[in-house]
Design a binder for this molecule. Structure first.
Ligand code: DGL
Length: 282
């Protein structure tokens, strides 16, 4: 597919970005809440996973994808990826938007999750399961400290989980091994945890497995519903942005990798048949 020219200020679809398939778990919930809008989903599958990459690389890749979505007419882009939200969102919001178009908006997934999680824990001990990049960025503990300074966060990096999911191995015995290993490690570090945040948009595909390994009474916080209701709230509070988002209930799926692979894997994530288009970011 050829790149489209930079559009003027015309209304456009809502852009949803992830390094791969994980953001589909967010898109699914967003479309349930806001079915009337148009969406473009962009998965940077050619360069996934982002979770083990450096700050500079994640920022560069994320900015390229956001710029692409802007060029395709999106006025509003959701980074449906914790790693990109942790490592690129602030720089894009504070620096790049000024240069690209100060009227467009980019939202992340960490802030809404942190806002929601405070009310869920009784012990005030929360566990975070996330990519190495998100854990190393320290974004969750820092954001939680700003809103709820009585909550202790214990983080566990799970570098094998995204590759297992991207390769459709999340129901395998190999996945059982790695999920058990990381969950046990988290609870060995803090046995008072009563709430576990899935701080990676791929992880809902492992949710059943994760839940089966948790001590009784421990709740799991998955981000899809939280991010979807936060977007509903955002669009209500920002009618000027809602007016810039078109409403024909359409969806396009773009991938930087093979269309065949994306279409078949994404159909597993969404439980419906989809047809993707290829995009080159160059
Ligand atoms: N889905 C992304 C997230 O929420 C990460 C995946 C990756 O490592 O690329 O962090």
């Amino acid at each position: 597919m050829k790149k489209e020219k930079l559009l003027p200020d015309a209304p456009g679809p809502i852009g949803i970005f992830d390094s791969g398939y994980g953001g589909l778990t967010i898109l699914d919930k967003i479309r349930t809440e806001l079915p009337e809008y148009d969406y473009i989903y962009l998965g940077d599958n050619a360069r996934t996973p982002y979770g083990t990459r450096s700050f500079d690389v994640v920022y560069k890749y994320t900015l390229e994808c956001v710029t692409q979505l802007f060029e395709m007419g999106c006025q509003l882009v959701v980074l449906a990826c914790n790693t990109a939200s942790a490592k690129a969102l602030r720089s894009i919001q504070q620096r790049d938007l000024q240069l690209l178009d100060p009227n467009r908006r980019v939202l992340g997934v960490i802030r809404p999750t942190v806002e929601a999680v405070g009310a869920m824990t009784k012990t005030k001990h929360i566990g975070l399961l996330a990519t190495s990049g998100t854990v190393q960025s320290n974004s969750y503990p820092l954001e939680i400290a700003k809103l709820h300074n009585d909550i202790v966060v214990t983080s566990e990096a799970c570098p094998m989980w995204v590759p297992l999911i991207e390769n459709n191995e999340h129901n395998s015995v190999g996945a059982d091994y790695f999920v058990r290993k990381n969950v046990e490690h988290l609870f060995a570090a803090d046995s008072q945890i009563d709430t576990v945040m899935l701080g990676c948009t791929h992880y809902p595909l492992l949710e059943t497995k994760i839940k089966s390994l948790l001590p009784d009474g421990v709740a799991v916080v998955s981000q899809g519903d939280i991010v979807a209701s936060s977007l509903v709230d955002y669009l209500q509070r920002h009618p000027e942005m809602a007016a810039k988002c078109t409403k024909n209930a359409s969806i396009r799926y773009l991938t930087t990798e093979s269309v065949e692979k994306f279409s078949s894997s994404a159909s597993v994530f969404l439980n419906e048949k989809i047809e993707a288009e290829h995009i080159d970011l160059e």
